[in-house]
Each structure stands twice: as structure tokens, then as C-alpha cells.
Design a protein around this ligand. Structure first.
Ligand SMILES: Cc1cc2nc3c(=O)[nH]c(=O)nc-3n(C[C@H](O)[C@H](O)[C@H](O)COP(=O)(O)OP(=O)(O)OC[C@H]3O[C@@H](n4cnc5c(N)ncnc54)[C@H](O)[C@@H]3O)c2cc1C
Length: 314
């Protein structure tokens, strides 16, 4: 394994370390390393950042940070936070440009016993609030042990809220099939590479294999009847998406690009200026640890910067 790959896997393993989390989580969200990726902790911070994006011609998907929740009260609090932010977005005139992204593990999927039922009920409450606010929900995809449950819950939510978005990860060997299953009219599908530490039995390990799988999945989505959401910062994949869209007769509004808050902002603006829909995924809240570690794992060059900010705090 290359050095970078070892570092990537270590960071992903650490993204689930409670011990390191306790040390790192003492960093204020305003510290430069966190603030690059997370605009703030409160609903107002998220609404302000969304408003800035919308004024620049971009759209947004807000993620109230939190995952792997093992506490029912915390799961319910996450739902309240979503309901709150959806009301605030509507009041600020930011819907439908701003929607929300939800991790089912933050709203109960990981709870022992009837986690799936709790997650469905909670996700349904968020979908209802989004519909009332005039916008949509996308269900993030987490590690492969949750894929079946998440797709099952997606199907149930889509019965009442057909515009609920799905996420598929090209590193999973199963994803080509899932792209085919989800390429039907009205189906919003975000395709990303995938951000978790996954075993070779279920996921491609080689970056080029993951990229090639992304191309295969994107072709299926672009050729299909759904609404593809191209979630990547990879210049080659962004260029390829434009070509595929042209090949399959899709105009600018028939698919969208998605990137993460703080990553390649100039490219986000360039695509929006060309007339494309560009959605910026914007996490906010206090539970930024797991999110930050996954972003660092994608870009080991950021790690030195991160360690310096930790040390300078002491
Ligand atoms: C909108 C959106 C939603 C997502 N939702 C999910 C999800 O639900 N589930 C999931 O598993 N994953 C999700 N991801 C993460 C995704 O799976 C990848 O881990 C991540 O996007 C990096 O892959 P990439 O396609 O940008 O390509 P990469 O090959 O990783 O990166 C391409 C280029 O982008 C830039 N770049 C990428 N990452 C960073 C970074 N952290 N810091 C600085 N520059 C960077 C660099 O210039 C890099 O060379 C999402 C990504 C996006 C954009």
C-alpha cells in the first residue's frame, strides 16, 4: 500500500475514534481548519451561508452534522434541528434553492432494536417539513452495512415524497446495478465516489477502479430517465458529465453538479456562471468531527495544516 493510502485508511479508522474525537472536538468551529469545511454551528449560521451561496447563483444542500447516534433523544433532536432550519430557509425565501441532506444514522437507523422503524418515522417528519417549506430531502449514503436499509427506507419515503433524493457510491461493487434500478422518471440520484473505509469484498480498492466505476454509473444515470446529481470535484469527471449530458440530450437543467462547501469554490462558480445548477453540500452544527476526518482522508496534504492548528491551540 502507498503511504497516502495508509494515511487515508488510518484517518478513516480514526473518524470513528471516541478518544481522538474528545481531543479534537475541543477545537472551536471557527478554527481555520474546521471553518474551511463547516460555516458554523447554529441554524442562523447555516441560513446565512446558504443565503450567500444563493446570491452567487448557487444552490445548497444543508446537512445538520451528526451520525451513528445511539441515543433516541439525540435522534429526535436532530429531527427538530432539520425542522427548524427548513422553516428558517423558507422564511428567508431560500427554498427551493436550498434543500437538506440527511444521514439516517443521525435520526435513529443505528439504534438497537427497531432502528429502521424509528429512522423511517423521523425521516418522514423531515420530508413533511421540507414539503411544507417547498423543498426536498436527499438521504446521504453511509457505510456499506447500511446500504440495503437506506435504499429500502428511500423506497418507502418515495411513496409519499417522490422527490426524495438517493445517493450511490461508485466504490461499491453493487452500484452499477443500483444505478440501473434508480434511473426511473423523477428519481433524483446523487453519484459520489464514496467516503468510508470499505473492505475489498464489497468495494473497489484502487482509485482508478473507483473512477472507472463512476464513469459506468454516470453513463447509466445520464442515459436513464431520472435526474442525475454529479457529486465530485474531480475535473475529469466534471468534464465527462458535460459530454455525457450532451450525448444523451440533457440540457443544463436536466442534471446538476454537486460539490462540498469550501472545496473548489471557483469551479463551483464557473459552472454556475455557465448556466448549470450547482449544489453546494453544506454541513453545520457541533458534530463536525467525523465529517472533518473524512475530508482530511481525501486530501492528506491537509493533515499537516490540521496538526499545526491542533498544536497551536495548546
Ligand atoms: C455533494 C457531495 C455529497 C456527498 N455525499 C456523500 C455521501 O452521501 N456518502 C459518501 O460516502 N460520500 C459522499 N460524498 C463524498 C464523496 O464520496 C468523496 O469522498 C469526495 O467527494 C471526494 O471525491 P471526489 O469525487 O471529489 O474525487 P477525489 O479524487 O477525491 O478528488 C478530486 C479533486 O478534488 C479536490 N478535493 C477532493 N476532496 C478534497 C478535500 N477534502 N479537500 C480539498 N480538496 C479536495 C482535489 O483537488 C482533488 O484532486 C459527497 C461528496 C459531494 C461532493
Amino acid at each position: 500500500m502507498e503511504g497516502n493510502e495508509v494515511l487515508r485508511r488510518s484517518l478513516l479508522a480514526l473518524s470513528r475514534s471516541e478518544r481522538l474525537k474528545r481531543t479534537v472536538a475541543t477545537l472551536p468551529v471557527s478554527s481555520s481548519v474546521v471553518a474551511r469545511y463547516v460555516p458554523g454551528e447554529a441554524t442562523e449560521d447555516a441560513v446565512r451561508a446558504a443565503s450567500e451561496l444563493v446570491s452567487q447563483g448557487l444552490t445548497a444542500s444543508l446537512d445538520y452534522l451528526g451520525e451513528d447516534t445511539l441515543d433516541r433523544t439525540q435522534a429526535d433532536a436532530a429531527v427538530d434541528a432539520y425542522v427548524d432550519v427548513l422553516k428558517a430557509l423558507a422564511a428567508a425565501g431560500l427554498t427551493p434553492q436550498a434543500e437538506v441532506s440527511v444521514k439516517l444514522s443521525a435520526v435513529g437507523q443505528a439504534l438497537p432494536g427497531d432502528g429502521d422503524r424509528i429512522a423511517v418515522d423521523n425521516a418522514r417528519r423531515i420530508c413533511q417539513a421540507a414539503a411544507a417549506a417547498g423543498t426536498t430531502v436527499t438521504l446521504d449514503m453511509e457505510d456499506h452495512t447500511t446500504t440495503d436499509s437506506t435504499l429500502d427506507i428511500l423506497g418507502r419515503l418515495r411513496q409519499d415524497f417522490p422527490d426524495t433524493g438517493a445517493v450511490l457510491q461508485s466504490y461499491l461493487r453493487r452500484t452499477e446495478g443500483d444505478c440501473r434500478d434508480l434511473a426511473y422518471p423523477g428519481s433524483r440520484v446523487r453519484l459520489c465516489k464514496g467516503a468510508y473505509n470499505e473492505p475489498a469484498s464489497v468495494a473497489f480498492q484502487d482509485k482508478h477502479e473507483v473512477d472507472k466505476a463512476y464513469v459506468r454509473g454516470l453513463r447509466i444515470l445520464m442515459e436513464g430517465k431520472g435526474y442525475p446529481m454529479v457529486a465530485s470535484h474531480d475535473p475529469r469527471l466534471i468534464a465527462l458529465a458535460a459530454r455525457l449530458a450532451q450525448d444523451f440530450g440533457r440540457a443544463a437543467g436536466d442534471f446538476e453538479y454537486q460539490m462540498l462547501y469550501g472545496i473548489r469554490p471557483n469551479e463551483q462558480q464557473r459552472l454556475a456562471d455557465e448556466g448549470h445548477t450547482v449544489r453546494v453540500y453544506m454541513p453545520y452544527g457541533v458534530e463536525w468531527y467525523g465529517y472533518l476526518m473524512r475530508r482530511l482522508a481525501e486530501r492528506p496534504a491537509n493533515v499537516a495544516f490540521f496538526v499545526r492548528s491542533l498544536l497551536s491551540k495548546r
